[in-house]
Write a protein that binds this ligand. Structure first.
Ligand code: NDP
Length: 290
Protein backbone atom coordinates (compact mmCIF):
# COMPACT_ATOMS: atom_id res chain seq x y z
CA UNK A 1 0.00 0.00 0.00
CA UNK A 2 1.28 3.48 -0.75
CA UNK A 3 0.28 6.49 1.30
CA UNK A 4 -0.46 9.49 -0.92
CA UNK A 5 1.26 12.40 0.82
CA UNK A 6 -1.01 15.42 0.34
CA UNK A 7 1.28 17.68 2.35
CA UNK A 8 4.25 17.02 0.03
CA UNK A 9 2.16 17.31 -3.15
CA UNK A 10 0.62 20.56 -1.85
CA UNK A 11 4.17 21.91 -1.36
CA UNK A 12 4.86 21.18 -5.02
CA UNK A 13 1.72 23.13 -6.02
CA UNK A 14 2.78 26.01 -3.76
CA UNK A 15 6.20 26.13 -5.47
CA UNK A 16 4.48 26.43 -8.87
CA UNK A 17 2.25 29.16 -7.44
CA UNK A 18 5.27 31.00 -6.03
CA UNK A 19 6.85 31.07 -9.49
CA UNK A 20 3.67 32.44 -11.04
CA UNK A 21 3.49 35.10 -8.30
CA UNK A 22 7.11 36.06 -9.06
CA UNK A 23 6.26 36.42 -12.77
CA UNK A 24 3.36 38.72 -11.86
CA UNK A 25 5.60 40.70 -9.47
CA UNK A 26 7.99 41.32 -12.37
CA UNK A 27 5.06 43.12 -14.03
CA UNK A 28 4.36 45.09 -10.83
CA UNK A 29 1.25 43.03 -10.00
CA UNK A 30 0.41 41.33 -6.69
CA UNK A 31 -2.52 38.88 -6.60
CA UNK A 32 -5.03 39.64 -3.85
CA UNK A 33 -7.33 37.25 -1.98
CA UNK A 34 -10.20 38.36 0.27
CA UNK A 35 -11.59 35.80 2.70
CA UNK A 36 -14.88 36.63 4.40
CA UNK A 37 -16.09 34.86 7.53
CA UNK A 38 -19.46 35.49 9.16
CA UNK A 39 -19.90 34.21 12.71
CA UNK A 40 -17.58 32.34 15.01
CA UNK A 41 -17.78 28.66 14.05
CA UNK A 42 -14.45 27.30 15.38
CA UNK A 43 -13.76 24.99 12.38
CA UNK A 44 -14.48 27.82 9.91
CA UNK A 45 -12.24 30.16 11.90
CA UNK A 46 -9.43 27.63 11.78
CA UNK A 47 -9.81 27.23 7.97
CA UNK A 48 -9.85 31.00 7.44
CA UNK A 49 -6.75 31.42 9.62
CA UNK A 50 -4.82 28.80 7.69
CA UNK A 51 -5.88 30.22 4.30
CA UNK A 52 -4.85 33.73 5.40
CA UNK A 53 -1.51 32.47 6.75
CA UNK A 54 -0.70 30.50 3.60
CA UNK A 55 -1.66 33.44 1.35
CA UNK A 56 0.64 35.77 3.29
CA UNK A 57 3.45 33.19 3.21
CA UNK A 58 3.22 32.94 -0.59
CA UNK A 59 3.34 36.72 -0.95
CA UNK A 60 -0.29 37.27 -1.86
CA UNK A 61 -2.08 40.40 -0.75
CA UNK A 62 -4.39 38.76 1.78
CA UNK A 63 -7.37 40.45 3.38
CA UNK A 64 -9.50 38.82 6.07
CA UNK A 65 -13.00 40.15 6.87
CA UNK A 66 -14.43 38.70 10.06
CA UNK A 67 -18.04 39.77 10.52
CA UNK A 68 -20.23 39.14 13.58
CA UNK A 69 -22.85 36.36 13.37
CA UNK A 70 -25.86 38.78 13.24
CA UNK A 71 -24.49 40.49 10.07
CA UNK A 72 -27.38 40.87 7.62
CA UNK A 73 -27.41 39.27 4.19
CA UNK A 74 -27.65 42.76 2.64
CA UNK A 75 -24.51 43.92 4.49
CA UNK A 76 -22.63 40.78 3.47
CA UNK A 77 -23.62 41.24 -0.18
CA UNK A 78 -22.62 44.92 0.04
CA UNK A 79 -19.15 43.82 1.20
CA UNK A 80 -18.94 41.30 -1.68
CA UNK A 81 -19.81 44.09 -4.16
CA UNK A 82 -17.09 46.31 -2.68
CA UNK A 83 -14.59 43.48 -3.13
CA UNK A 84 -15.85 42.88 -6.70
CA UNK A 85 -14.95 46.50 -7.49
CA UNK A 86 -11.59 46.49 -5.66
CA UNK A 87 -8.75 46.23 -8.23
CA UNK A 88 -6.34 44.92 -5.56
CA UNK A 89 -8.56 41.87 -4.99
CA UNK A 90 -8.62 39.07 -7.58
CA UNK A 91 -10.11 36.24 -5.54
CA UNK A 92 -13.10 36.34 -3.17
CA UNK A 93 -14.06 33.53 -0.84
CA UNK A 94 -16.99 33.59 1.57
CA UNK A 95 -16.40 30.82 4.08
CA UNK A 96 -19.14 28.18 4.06
CA UNK A 97 -21.50 27.68 5.81
CA UNK A 98 -22.79 31.14 6.74
CA UNK A 99 -25.23 31.53 9.67
CA UNK A 100 -28.73 30.16 9.00
CA UNK A 101 -30.37 33.57 8.35
CA UNK A 102 -28.16 34.07 5.28
CA UNK A 103 -29.09 32.53 1.92
CA UNK A 104 -25.73 31.23 0.76
CA UNK A 105 -26.72 31.02 -2.90
CA UNK A 106 -27.72 34.72 -2.92
CA UNK A 107 -24.23 35.56 -1.66
CA UNK A 108 -22.51 33.28 -4.16
CA UNK A 109 -24.30 34.83 -7.15
CA UNK A 110 -23.22 38.29 -5.94
CA UNK A 111 -19.54 37.35 -6.36
CA UNK A 112 -18.02 38.43 -9.69
CA UNK A 113 -17.57 35.04 -11.45
CA UNK A 114 -14.09 36.16 -12.56
CA UNK A 115 -13.13 36.43 -8.86
CA UNK A 116 -15.03 33.31 -7.72
CA UNK A 117 -11.94 31.26 -6.87
CA UNK A 118 -14.07 28.70 -4.98
CA UNK A 119 -15.89 27.89 -8.24
CA UNK A 120 -19.36 27.97 -6.65
CA UNK A 121 -20.96 30.67 -8.86
CA UNK A 122 -23.58 29.18 -11.23
CA UNK A 123 -21.60 30.44 -14.24
CA UNK A 124 -18.53 28.51 -13.09
CA UNK A 125 -20.62 25.43 -12.29
CA UNK A 126 -21.99 25.60 -15.85
CA UNK A 127 -18.51 26.05 -17.31
CA UNK A 128 -17.32 22.91 -15.51
CA UNK A 129 -20.29 20.96 -16.90
CA UNK A 130 -19.58 22.38 -20.37
CA UNK A 131 -15.84 21.53 -20.24
CA UNK A 132 -15.13 25.27 -20.65
CA UNK A 133 -11.64 25.86 -19.21
CA UNK A 134 -12.21 29.61 -18.63
CA UNK A 135 -14.16 28.95 -15.42
CA UNK A 136 -13.06 28.12 -11.88
CA UNK A 137 -13.34 24.61 -10.46
CA UNK A 138 -13.94 24.01 -6.72
CA UNK A 139 -10.60 23.59 -4.95
CA UNK A 140 -11.23 20.31 -3.10
CA UNK A 141 -12.13 18.13 -6.12
CA UNK A 142 -9.43 19.87 -8.15
CA UNK A 143 -6.98 18.88 -5.41
CA UNK A 144 -8.19 15.27 -5.52
CA UNK A 145 -7.53 15.08 -9.27
CA UNK A 146 -4.02 16.45 -8.74
CA UNK A 147 -3.40 13.85 -6.01
CA UNK A 148 -4.39 11.06 -8.42
CA UNK A 149 -2.12 12.50 -11.13
CA UNK A 150 0.87 12.95 -8.83
CA UNK A 151 0.43 9.45 -7.39
CA UNK A 152 0.48 8.06 -10.94
CA UNK A 153 -3.00 6.53 -10.70
CA UNK A 154 -4.44 5.62 -14.10
CA UNK A 155 -7.88 7.24 -14.45
CA UNK A 156 -8.60 6.56 -18.13
CA UNK A 157 -11.16 3.78 -18.31
CA UNK A 158 -10.99 3.26 -14.53
CA UNK A 159 -14.17 2.69 -12.58
CA UNK A 160 -14.54 5.56 -10.09
CA UNK A 161 -17.16 5.77 -7.36
CA UNK A 162 -17.74 9.13 -5.68
CA UNK A 163 -19.61 8.79 -2.38
CA UNK A 164 -21.39 12.13 -1.79
CA UNK A 165 -23.24 14.48 -4.15
CA UNK A 166 -22.66 17.94 -2.63
CA UNK A 167 -22.04 20.95 -4.84
CA UNK A 168 -18.75 21.55 -2.97
CA UNK A 169 -17.22 18.10 -3.45
CA UNK A 170 -19.25 15.20 -4.86
CA UNK A 171 -20.82 16.67 -8.00
CA UNK A 172 -17.82 18.64 -9.27
CA UNK A 173 -15.63 15.63 -8.42
CA UNK A 174 -17.78 13.40 -10.63
CA UNK A 175 -17.63 15.92 -13.50
CA UNK A 176 -13.84 16.21 -13.23
CA UNK A 177 -13.37 12.44 -13.27
CA UNK A 178 -15.66 12.17 -16.27
CA UNK A 179 -13.97 14.98 -18.20
CA UNK A 180 -12.16 14.16 -21.43
CA UNK A 181 -8.51 13.63 -20.54
CA UNK A 182 -9.37 12.07 -17.17
CA UNK A 183 -11.82 9.62 -18.73
CA UNK A 184 -13.00 7.60 -15.74
CA UNK A 185 -16.30 5.72 -15.75
CA UNK A 186 -18.09 7.42 -12.89
CA UNK A 187 -20.77 6.39 -10.42
CA UNK A 188 -22.08 8.82 -7.79
CA UNK A 189 -23.43 7.27 -4.59
CA UNK A 190 -25.36 9.01 -1.79
CA UNK A 191 -27.48 8.32 1.27
CA UNK A 192 -30.22 6.63 -0.78
CA UNK A 193 -27.85 4.31 -2.63
CA UNK A 194 -28.81 0.67 -2.17
CA UNK A 195 -26.04 -1.67 -0.94
CA UNK A 196 -23.30 0.94 -0.94
CA UNK A 197 -20.57 -1.62 -0.22
CA UNK A 198 -21.46 -3.57 -3.37
CA UNK A 199 -21.20 -0.33 -5.39
CA UNK A 200 -17.88 0.83 -3.93
CA UNK A 201 -16.35 -2.66 -4.18
CA UNK A 202 -16.67 -2.33 -7.98
CA UNK A 203 -14.41 0.72 -7.97
CA UNK A 204 -10.78 1.11 -8.98
CA UNK A 205 -10.94 4.59 -7.41
CA UNK A 206 -13.14 5.51 -4.43
CA UNK A 207 -13.61 9.15 -3.45
CA UNK A 208 -15.21 9.47 0.00
CA UNK A 209 -16.99 12.81 0.66
CA UNK A 210 -19.63 11.84 3.19
CA UNK A 211 -18.94 13.61 6.48
CA UNK A 212 -19.16 10.49 8.69
CA UNK A 213 -16.13 9.32 10.66
CA UNK A 214 -14.63 6.00 9.51
CA UNK A 215 -17.79 5.23 7.49
CA UNK A 216 -16.09 3.22 4.74
CA UNK A 217 -14.37 0.06 5.99
CA UNK A 218 -12.47 -2.85 4.49
CA UNK A 219 -15.74 -4.38 3.24
CA UNK A 220 -16.32 -1.37 0.99
CA UNK A 221 -13.02 -1.58 -0.88
CA UNK A 222 -11.73 -3.93 -3.56
CA UNK A 223 -8.14 -5.17 -3.15
CA UNK A 224 -5.82 -2.93 -5.16
CA UNK A 225 -8.16 0.08 -5.29
CA UNK A 226 -7.11 3.71 -4.72
CA UNK A 227 -8.93 5.59 -1.96
CA UNK A 228 -9.15 9.38 -1.68
CA UNK A 229 -10.61 10.42 1.68
CA UNK A 230 -12.08 13.92 1.59
CA UNK A 231 -13.79 13.67 4.99
CA UNK A 232 -12.76 15.84 7.90
CA UNK A 233 -14.55 14.80 11.09
CA UNK A 234 -13.85 15.74 14.68
CA UNK A 235 -14.09 12.85 17.12
CA UNK A 236 -13.49 12.87 20.89
CA UNK A 237 -9.96 12.03 21.90
CA UNK A 238 -9.27 12.47 25.62
CA UNK A 239 -5.55 11.76 25.00
CA UNK A 240 -5.20 14.88 22.82
CA UNK A 241 -4.71 18.29 24.51
CA UNK A 242 -7.58 19.64 22.38
CA UNK A 243 -9.89 16.81 23.49
CA UNK A 244 -10.58 15.79 19.89
CA UNK A 245 -8.84 14.54 16.76
CA UNK A 246 -9.58 14.76 13.05
CA UNK A 247 -10.40 11.60 11.13
CA UNK A 248 -11.62 10.90 7.62
CA UNK A 249 -14.67 9.16 6.22
CA UNK A 250 -12.55 6.04 5.70
CA UNK A 251 -11.35 3.63 8.38
CA UNK A 252 -7.72 4.18 7.38
CA UNK A 253 -6.11 1.27 9.25
CA UNK A 254 -8.62 -1.30 8.01
CA UNK A 255 -8.62 -0.08 4.40
CA UNK A 256 -4.86 0.55 4.12
CA UNK A 257 -4.19 -3.18 4.41
CA UNK A 258 -6.26 -3.86 1.31
CA UNK A 259 -5.91 -0.96 -1.06
CA UNK A 260 -3.07 0.04 -3.41
CA UNK A 261 -2.99 3.71 -2.39
CA UNK A 262 -4.78 5.90 0.15
CA UNK A 263 -4.75 9.49 1.42
CA UNK A 264 -4.44 10.02 5.18
CA UNK A 265 -6.48 12.46 7.28
CA UNK A 266 -5.00 14.86 8.16
CA UNK A 267 -2.30 15.33 5.52
CA UNK A 268 -4.21 14.21 2.43
CA UNK A 269 -6.89 16.25 0.69
CA UNK A 270 -6.93 19.10 3.25
CA UNK A 271 -3.58 20.71 2.31
CA UNK A 272 -4.43 20.32 -1.39
CA UNK A 273 -7.64 22.35 -0.99
CA UNK A 274 -5.66 25.32 0.30
CA UNK A 275 -2.96 24.88 -2.36
CA UNK A 276 -5.53 24.91 -5.19
CA UNK A 277 -7.28 27.92 -3.66
CA UNK A 278 -4.01 29.86 -3.86
CA UNK A 279 -3.42 28.61 -7.41
CA UNK A 280 -6.96 29.63 -8.45
CA UNK A 281 -6.38 33.11 -6.98
CA UNK A 282 -3.23 33.52 -9.07
CA UNK A 283 -5.14 32.28 -12.14
CA UNK A 284 -7.84 34.91 -11.47
CA UNK A 285 -5.17 37.60 -11.20
CA UNK A 286 -3.44 36.47 -14.40
CA UNK A 287 -6.76 36.54 -16.29
CA UNK A 288 -7.88 39.90 -14.87
CA UNK A 289 -4.55 41.58 -15.66
CA UNK A 290 -3.85 39.93 -19.04
P1 NDP B 1 -22.39 17.24 2.63
O1 NDP B 1 -22.97 16.97 3.97
O2 NDP B 1 -22.85 18.43 1.86
O3 NDP B 1 -22.63 15.95 1.70
C1 NDP B 1 -22.45 14.67 2.20
C2 NDP B 1 -22.86 13.67 1.15
O4 NDP B 1 -22.67 12.36 1.70
C3 NDP B 1 -24.32 13.79 0.71
O5 NDP B 1 -24.43 13.72 -0.68
C4 NDP B 1 -24.99 12.60 1.39
O6 NDP B 1 -26.07 12.04 0.66
C5 NDP B 1 -23.85 11.59 1.46
N1 NDP B 1 -24.10 10.66 2.54
C6 NDP B 1 -24.45 10.92 3.82
N2 NDP B 1 -24.67 9.78 4.50
C7 NDP B 1 -24.46 8.77 3.61
C8 NDP B 1 -24.56 7.37 3.72
N3 NDP B 1 -24.93 6.77 4.85
N4 NDP B 1 -24.30 6.63 2.62
C9 NDP B 1 -23.93 7.23 1.46
N5 NDP B 1 -23.83 8.57 1.31
C10 NDP B 1 -24.11 9.33 2.37
O7 NDP B 1 -20.81 17.26 2.85
P2 NDP B 1 -19.63 17.87 1.95
O8 NDP B 1 -19.65 17.29 0.59
O9 NDP B 1 -19.58 19.33 2.10
O10 NDP B 1 -18.37 17.30 2.77
C11 NDP B 1 -18.14 15.91 2.89
C12 NDP B 1 -16.98 15.69 3.82
O11 NDP B 1 -15.82 16.29 3.24
C13 NDP B 1 -17.11 16.32 5.20
O12 NDP B 1 -16.44 15.50 6.14
C14 NDP B 1 -16.37 17.63 5.07
O13 NDP B 1 -15.85 18.09 6.30
C15 NDP B 1 -15.26 17.23 4.15
N6 NDP B 1 -14.68 18.32 3.37
C16 NDP B 1 -13.32 18.37 3.33
C17 NDP B 1 -12.70 19.34 2.60
C18 NDP B 1 -11.21 19.32 2.54
O14 NDP B 1 -10.62 20.33 2.24
N7 NDP B 1 -10.57 18.18 2.79
C19 NDP B 1 -13.45 20.38 1.90
C20 NDP B 1 -14.88 20.18 1.93
C21 NDP B 1 -15.46 19.19 2.67
P3 NDP B 1 -27.45 12.83 0.42
O15 NDP B 1 -27.13 13.82 -0.68
O16 NDP B 1 -28.37 11.78 -0.03
O17 NDP B 1 -27.81 13.47 1.71
Amino acid sequence: MSRIDGTAIAQKVHEETRQRIAALAARGIQPGLAVVLVGDDPASRAYVRSKDKRAADLGLHSVKHELPAPTSQADLIALVRTLNADPAIHGILVQSPPPAHIDESAVVVAIDPRKDVDGFHPLNVAKLALDDPTGFVPCTPLGCIRLLQEAGIETAGARAVVVGRSMIVGKPMALLLLRRGTDATVTVAHSRTRDLAAVTREADIVIAAIGRPHFLGAGHIRPGATVIDVGINRIDDPSSPKGYKLVGDVDYDAVAEKCAAITPVPGGVGPMTIALLMANTVTACERLTA
